[in-house]
Design a binder for this molecule. Structure first.
Ligand SMILES: [Zn+2]
Length: 230
């Protein structure tokens, strides 16, 4: 079994060996719902690649993005702290592979796997910080700043400057209309910062995008680098 997920690949071999019999491999595809908002969480998911969003659905049909999780993290961590409903929907944005682990098994093993437990706790703190930063970002920063910020983070988390993302998805992520999103994205394309065709978007000038983005990008990308280096 090939492991690319940062949590699973960085723990000691003996801890990996204890987990391995309980992990199931699966493909994740855009639009797949790993956890429904307010639903019961039965599995944790460790992404080897791809991208999952934790989004809060609203009554008007929008689902506002709070946190995105790539190969650095685990989806469903809150279920290790309490057996309540999921606070958000876990929705796949970018195709990839993941390993699932039953929550019950994870809870049974935590006491025996100190490094695994520590890395899960560290990832939970990253997701908490990410959600706080996103709340501030949504309240204070412009659509252009936020679009650049999310595109750069998506790129960092997936390891590519070519992203399979539709305007509809990006509008949902940012909580704006498709028309608002198109106006901003067209401006960035005319300036040569991005290019796109149908559902394929390319970050053509990362330095310019970093200038477009609010400070939230630098703060969160630094956190991602810190977690990767630990
Ligand atoms: Zn921001």
């Amino acid at each position: 079994m090939t492991i690319e997920n940062a949590i699973l690949s960085s723990i000691p071999y003996d801890e990996q060996t204890r987990l391995m019999p309980h992990l199931s491999e699966m493909e994740i595809v855009p639009g797949m719902v790993l956890h429904a908002s307010r639903g019961h969480v039965e599995h944790l998911y460790f992404l080897d690649d791809g991208l999952v969003s934790l989004a809060v659905p609203l009554l008007d049909g929008r689902a506002i993005e709070g946190v995105t999780i790539g190969r650095e993290g685990a989806v469903g961590i809150h279920a290790l702290a309490w057996d309540g409903p999921s606070p958000a929907s876990s929705i796949v944005h970018v195709r990839g592979r993941a390993k699932s682990l039953p929550v019950e098994v994870a809870l049974d093993l935590l006491g025996d796997l100190p490094d695994f437990t520590r890395r899960l706790a560290r990832n939970a703190s990253l997701q908490f910080e990410w959600a706080l930063q996103t709340a501030a970002c949504n309240a204070a920063h412009s659509v252009r700043q936020r679009l650049a910020h999310w595109l750069l983070l998506f790129s960092d988390q997936t390891g590519t400057d070519r992203l399979a993302l539709t305007h509809e998805l990006l509008a949902t992520v940012l909580g704006v209309s498709c028309q608002q999103l198109s106006v901003v994205a067209n401006g960035m394309r005319r300036a040569g910062h991005i290019d796109y065709h149908h559902a394929h978007l390319v970050l053509t000038d990362r330095r310019a995008l970093e200038s477009d983005a609010c400070e939230c990008y630098e703060i969160l990308s630094q956190q991602l680098r810190l977690v990767a280096a630990e």
